[in-house]
Design a protein around this ligand. Structure first.
Ligand code: ADP
Ligand code: MG
Length: 701
């Protein structure tokens, strides 16, 4: 049923064709409803007017003062700036503009009083505000009654009068016309049972909070609705999956699996590995499609579980594929699998972005003819030209690096969806995993292969570098190898490579040829060079490998005993933990050395301390969620999420996620199809969330 709110955003007063295109492109806002659900990410208390003398340099984000302009002048030579000196009787402040200054100058009047609103800064103890908002104090001026929302915006929107304030103005226009078209989306019984405020009131207070308490209630209500919608969608999808009988049957355990188990297995499986393989076997004989997330700390032996599961598929006449996030990792998996299988009659292929036309010409027809049993590769696997004869099992390694769409395209490579195993070293609670990735069962490897010694981690300052080099030398003389890793952060790529190059040179000086061999691997190298340098290290020719975080995921050199992480303060916790997991794979004592400068932010210090204090990935990931408040989960990993969250926060709202899940489950237990009239609203809610990802995601179940 079309609603007024489905109207194109261009019809809203203050928008028009051009800005509508911008809003759509930059923020995905296409309709009135989209704008109504575009919430502020922060609020400023505009009820408070500061005295200049009481403003402190304590990192407050925004303030407002009420002050008179004492003087106004253009300053500076080449690049002019407009400076206003204001006072309010308690002190003086300087207001500065760098752009649009002619226009602003015309509108300001010396001797007049203004409400000045902006972000305070201090220069030589003097309060200064750059590009403040100015509002003349007139007789009619009254204090705004509440908090004002700050809206996320972009550069190109800002330069079209759609900065935060501009968007706020649009929302004001919208509210005038839309208010009476807002229809309640939750059943009255539920609103009452959970003490929620009605939708209209919630939407009003999320944009124009009348008080902090009402804002809290508005947030709660909207989060509840969002999480409930998601859970209803996931849980009914799950019910659908487990009620259909189109899952491939892997009922035979044959030559491939048994041959491997009896003659090729290089070590006994850990109890946890056995348990997970059993879980997967049980899943693949039910007649339902498997959709399983395998969590296991770095080094816990997930690859072996993947391989043995794929061998089950082979035994039942199905092909499998293993998709890895990087070329290096794909090639390593391929090499490991080929080596482990030895002369067993299982045919393995590899396909990556750098596979040549000739290699493809051989591989692809063989794959389509069913002559390849296991195909290992990168996201090249999802290309349309890659066709399987009978794909029955899909493994995705380090899954958070793949987008939803990429994953979904794999499932479509057979008429019936294959069983899916996604593997990750990032431990997340089950409910959270399901919110992130959709309907999944979860297996956990909670036991390390025997004989591993916990890695010793220390934090060293740059000034202690010589000691670190000394230690590296000792380990190398004992026959071990060393990684030295540099952060690589996109925006400052040039600088980062310089760090890496400088580091590489100083290590080469410190550890000269021919006694020592140092190799280097980074993302800007040609794949063939990368490969060659990796090989030097893997084969033990090189003692030291200097690398960017490209080696973060999955590299396996058991003889390496030291991991030096440069500028460790720039890495996130889970990344640090992943990197550390590159060592400690053999029987000898291993070390992780976190290098940093002397000046550390509080958060960075907390991260490094946590790394020193524990080796436990679960503990670290919990702390990580707390430190980051899942902001990053929502942001950088957004593309991998099954659902885009508008208001709920995966890190902070864990209790609410649980609650929403219980409520959804209860509703669906009583009325699986949501067919009862009393559940009509919930059915709509569920469908709204399901349709959001239908195109990409329908095949995961
Ligand atoms: P991850 O879970 O991080 O992907 P890997 O699968 O790369 O871990 O395994 C890490 C290392 O542990 C590899 O060298 C692998 O051969 C070894 N390994 C795996 N399972 C066992 C086991 N049951 N006993 C001893 N070593 C094992
Ligand atoms: Mg791995």
């Amino acid at each position: 049923m079309a609603s007024f709110l489905d109207n194109d955003i261009k019809f809203l007063r203050g928008v028009g064709e051009r800005r509508a295109l911008l809003l759509q492109k930059e923020l995905g806002i296409a309709t009135l409803r989209d704008l109504l659900y575009y919430f502020p990410f922060r609020y400023i208390d505009r009820t408070k007017v500061y005295r200049i003398a009481e403003v402190r340099d304590d990192g407050q984000t925004y303030i407002q003062i009420r002050a008179r302009i004492e003087g106004l002048s253009m300053q500076g030579g080449g690049r002019k700036r407009l400076v206003a000196v204001v006072s309010d009787g308690s002190g003086m402040a300087e207001l500065v503009w760098f752009s649009g200054i002619k226009w602003i100058e015309k509108r300001l009047e010396v001797g007049r009083e203004y409400i000045v609103f902006g972000r305070p800064a201090f220069f030589r103890e003097q309060l200064s505000i750059v590009h403040p908002e100015m509002e003349p104090v007139s007789a009619a001026w009254t204090r705004p009654s509440g908090m004002q929302g700050v809206y996320g915006t972009t550069e190109s929107l800002s330069s079209n009068q759609l900065g935060s304030k501009g968007i706020y103005n649009l929302v004001c226009n919208l509210w005038q016309v839309a208010e009476h078209h807002i229809v309640e989306t939750l059943p009255a019984s539920m609103i009452e049972a959970w003490g929620l405020i009605p939708l209209r009131e919630a939407l009003f207070n999320i944009h124009f909070p009348k008080s902090p308490e009402l804002l809290r209630q508005a947030e709660y209500r909207l989060k509840f609705e969002e999480l409930l919608g998601i859970q209803l969608s996931i849980l009914s999808q799950r019910a659908g999956r487990t009620s259909r009988d189109d899952g491939f049957l892997f009922s035979r355990v044959g030559e491939a699996f048994n041959g491997f188990y009896n003659t090729r297995l290089p070590f006994p499986l850990t109890g946890a590995q056995k348990r997970v393989i059993k879980e997967i076997r049980a899943d693949t004989v039910t007649g339902h499609q498997m959709n399983r997330l395998l969590q296991g700390d770095v080094g816990s032996g997930k690859t072996l579980v993947a391989l043995m599961s794929m061998l089950l598929a082979t035994d039942n006449g199905f092909q499998s594929c293993l998709m890895a996030p990087t070329e290096i990792l794909a090639r390593q998996h391929y090499a490991t699998i080929v080596r482990m299988l030895g002369d067993l009659p299982v045919r393995v292929g590899i396909l990556t972005g750098s596979s040549t036309t000739r290699e493809r010409r051989e591989l692809l027809p063989a794959l389509e003819a069913g002559e390849i049993d296991i195909l290992v590769g990168t996201h090249a696997l999802i290309e349309d030209t890659v066709r399987f004869a009978n794909l029955g099992f899909v493994v995705i390694d380090e899954q958070h690096r793949f987008g939803v769409e990429q994953r979904a395209r794999l499932w479509t490579k057979n008429q019936r969806p294959p069983h899916v195993l996604v593997m990750t070293a990032t431990p997340i609670p089950r409910t959270l995993a399901m919110t992130l990735y959709g309907d999944l069962d979860v297996s956990v490897i909670d036991e390390m292969p025997p004989g591993r010694k916990p890695i010793k981690t220390v934090h060293m300052r740059d000034s202690q570098r010589l000691r670190v080099y000394g230690f590296m030398g000792e380990e190398i003389r004992k026959g071990h190898q060393v990684y030295v890793v540099y952060p690589l952060i996109q925006e400052s790529e040039k600088m980062d490579y310089k760090d890496l190059q400088d580091g590489f040179e100083s290590i080469c000086n410190q550890f000269p040829l021919p006694q020592y061999v140092t190799t280097v691997v980074h993302g800007k190298m040609k794949p063939a060079d990368k490969e060659a340098n990796m090989k030097l290290f893997k084969e033990g020719v090189a003692h030291i490998m200097v690398a960017t975080s490209v080696i973060e995921v999955g590299v396996d050199v058991p003889n390496a005993s030291v991991m030096v992480i440069e500028s460790a303060e720039r890495f996130g916790l889970s990344q640090l933990h992943q990197l550390r997991g590159r060592v400690g794979r053999g029987a000898d004592q291993s070390y992780c050395i976190l290098m940093s400068g002397d000046k550390l932010s509080r958060e960075a210090r907390a991260r490094l301390n946590a790394m020193v204090a524990t080796n436990d990935g679960f503990e670290l990931s919990e702390l990580d969620l707390k430190l980051r408040g899942a902001g990053d989960l929502n942001g950088t990993q957004q593309s991998g999420l099954a659902f885009e969250l508008k208001i709920a926060n995966l890190g902070k709202d864990t209790q609410l996620i649980e609650l929403a899940r219980q409520v959804a489950q209860q509703v669906l237990d009583e009325d699986p199809e949501l067919a009862q009239p009393s559940n009509a609203l919930l059915k709509e809610l569920k469908e709204r969330y399901s349709s959001k990802r239908e195109t990409d995601f329908s095949m995961i179940s």
